[in-house]
Write a protein that binds this ligand. Structure first.
Ligand code: HEC
Ligand code: HEC
Length: 310
């Protein structure tokens, strides 16, 4: 599983080649008056990290087999544009993890891509999508990460010259934070989850061009030619009746996410993180389904790979 996300992410590196650096992105003010009620913050954070965003798919020590394990860093992204970049150790170890980071610094990193030291993270870290996460949800994530045991595990990058030359031009994502829509089985809340929390959109939207930017006019259209390290083709989730999930009822959608078996009887490759996503609540999965019904249908045949190994 290591390196399967490489190309998708590596190429995103070139997204941002137009000046600026992380300096100047203020730390968010985290207080109940600024962000909202802190009740249940830790449980909310665990839910987002483990069941929805599945941060362990990149940050766990063994992301392919044990995304629920310690988030002590592991997945390696290797590409001529990047050199080697690894998903960092997110445990509160002060020497090798984020032990020295304030919660506000963690929130800023997730939402904008700014490192605690003021530098900007490689866009391999999907902060372009996480930017839409509310500060309260990102705060919950920070609270959860800091509650975990510290694991001493140095994670080393080795950047290519190309990356080092381009790095000063990577820009943080500075759109201001908005509150999450009210939770419930609505398309509006589903959009928030699918695009900014569980980031289904990140895998299911095709990319193109030299910089492999997501094609925003083809949201959720899937891809028959994903980055070469993807072990399966991300399915078309638009409501197209022939090539998408237009004929699926809501219950079929839920059953697919819960069992990893789609209505045609195919077992989904676990690269599609259904084993973690199945822990999402009924309401949240319904919300995502209802949102997916509202996006434009796109006819795009995405053949399943036979030897997907799920
Ligand atoms: C697609 C893979 C991927 C996913 C999913 C992902 N990350 Fe990351 N993340 C990375 C990579 C790679 C880096 C290192 C970027 C760099 O070297 O500039 C990183 C860096 C970070 C950093 C900065 C840490 C440091 O020491 O600099 C934080 C904080 C972080 N991620 C939090 C999260 C959280 C929380 C989630 C889930 C909500 C998450 N990430 C999901 C790939 C990912
Ligand atoms: C890490 C990338 C990734 C993420 C994140 C992801 N998916 Fe997937 N998804 C895939 C891939 C790849 C497939 C195809 C699996 C196969 O062919 O075995 C897939 C298949 C599916 C299918 C089955 C479609 C069909 O026609 O059989 C559904 C439904 C689905 N994903 C929904 C979601 C939802 C909802 C989310 C977010 C909550 C999500 N996915 C997040 C990669 C991803």
């Amino acid at each position: 599983m290591l390196r399967r996300l490489v190309e998708r992410a590596a190429v995103a590196l070139l997204l941002a080649a137009a000046g600026g650096c992380g300096g100047g992105v203020a730390l968010p003010e985290l207080s109940p008056s600024a962000v909202g009620d802190t009740a249940g913050l830790l449980a909310r954070g665990a839910y987002i990290v483990r069941d929805a965003a599945v941060c362990g798919g990149c940050h766990a020590a063994d992301p392919g087999h044990a995304p629920d394990g310690d988030l002590s860093g592991g997945l390696e992204f290797k590409d001529w544009r990047l050199g080697t970049i690894r998903a960092f150790n997110l445990t509160p170890d002060s020497a090798t993890g984020i032990g020295g980071w304030s919660e506000a610094a963690i929130v800023r990193a997730i939402r904008t891509g700014v490192h605690a030291n003021g530098g900007v993270l490689a866009p391999v870290m999907p902060y372009a999508w996480f930017n839409g996460m509310s500060e309260r949800d990102a705060w919950a994530v920070a609270r959860y990460l800091e509650s975990r045991p510290a694991v001493h595990h140095p994670v080393k990058d080795s950047h290519s010259l190309f990356y080092l030359l381009g790095k000063p031009f990577i820009r943080p994502v500075t759109r201001p934070a908005a509150a999450a829509p009210p939770a419930g089985p609505t398309a509006e809340y589903g959009r928030y989850l699918a695009n900014h929390v569980a980031i289904c959109v990140d895998c299911h939207t095709p990319r193109g061009g030299l910089r492999s930017t997501p094609k925003l006019d083809r949201l959720f259209a899937g891809s028959a030619s994903p980055p070469r390290d993807f072990p399966a083709n991300p399915a078309n989730l638009t409501p197209d009746s022939a090539t998408g999930i237009g004929r699926w009822g809501e219950d079929e959608f839920l059953r697919t996410l819960r069992t990893g078996v789609n209505p045609r009887g195919d077992t989904l490759n676990p690269f599609m993180p259904w084993r973690e996503l199945r822990r999402m609540s009924d309401d949240d999965l319904r919300a995502i389904y209802r949102y997916l019904r509202t996006i434009p249908p796109i006819r795009n045949e995405v053949p399943r790979r036979k030897a997907a190994g799920g």
